[in-house]
Design a protein around this ligand. Sequence first.
Ligand code: 5AD
Ligand code: SF4
Length: 445
Amino acid sequence: MKNFFPDKVLSLHCDSLTKPTAFVRTYGCQQNFADSEQLSGLLQAMGYGFVTSPDTADLIIFNTCAVRENAEERVFGNVGALKKLKERNPNLTIVLCGCMFQQEATAFNFKKRFPFVDIIFGTANTGRFAEFLFRHLFNGEKICEPRGEFDTEFDEDKPVKREDKLSVSIPIMSGCNNFCSYCIVPYVRGRERSRSADAVVSEAAAAIAEGAKQIMLLGQNVNSYGNGFTRLLSQIDSLEGEFFLDYMTSHPKDCTKDLIDLTAQSEKITRRLHLPVQSGSDRVLSLMNRGYNRTRYLELVRYAKEKIPDLSLTTDIIVGFPGETEADFADTLSLIEEARFDSAYTFLYSKRSGTAAAELIDDTTADEKAARFKRLLEKVSEVGLERYQSYVGQTLRVLFNKPQSGKSRQGITVEAATNRDLTGTFADVTITEAKKVSLIGALTN
Ligand code: 5AD
Ligand code: SF4
């Protein structure tokens, strides 16, 4: 894909020989950010430069998320606001893609509501972006392609433009087979498919050679990685050099003791386990089709904390699932106490049409849900602060991504009192104070 008809693109957009520019906005999860790095990689190979504001761009991409309704609403407003940019610059190309537009009804609705948009496609068609752009730029076609078959294999030759060269995200698989009853992901990302271990390991090795200090392996459910996730992780773990090795997301039903044992022995694998629990109630977990119960989850947590004493456990929790009772919710609060999460992403249940849970009767009032959400946040921050306070006095290895702050091996933001610029380096920090979302400390030497 190198130098893909760059000259023609140049002449279409510009009078002078300056590069045409692109602005890429990404919503949603890490997977989606990784997709944007591929779309940008392609644009870069075609001769585009990049700008940080849509105002001056020749091409604008919104790569969207469909996981909750409020994510979709934000996109709606932001697309509407592009109309005046298009009026000012008729040569502007506007592209909408990602999970939202894998839903046909949404794609055609946007096409109708926002006729100034040029190209719309869903996640299954990410690999056809070059073709769509070509058809638009050269034939003036308006494109709306929410359908399409998901690839069964990874295309390994795609260029990537990395946003962050220090902490590099590498997709190891794509799609999801779990069909949790609330979740749209299996519908908008297709079935699970894994990359070859060779491709992943060589991409990691190349990133490290180019100076990456953190490798983040991405998948909706990394534990079901085709050729064995523990094996893949240990292969990358044995690469030369100092780097943090991290992964997202682990599904409690498939997270193995092997993986925890490997983490315990490793010098590089981060001391963070993000293990989304969603609910503490067995009844709700079963309605969610999660494939584990409270007891099994807590057993896994106990095993992990025993093997890895400096482990930071984080989670995702949904409140207000259809039919969630006060007793179910109380089970979630007590699970937070028992599991002792360092932090949690908390979500109000959002009905996604097409999912199994959308068919369930939801008779909890919005006020009740809002009150529970508030109590949930209070419990999460209470336990989180206690956990953060337990780091005071400990020495943590920190990767600095800013002059005086970075992320510890636990994935926690640490600020160090120093005048030096530590960007891009590792240092040990002895923690002196815990704040709500970060730790403060002094350099150990
Ligand atoms: N409503 C609320 N939260 C959801 N999540 C996924 N689908 C929904 C939904 N329909 C949350 C889950 C998941 C995280 C990425 O988003 O907690 O782990
Ligand atoms: Fe990521 Fe899911 Fe959102 Fe798509 S819908 S961007 S896979 S969280």
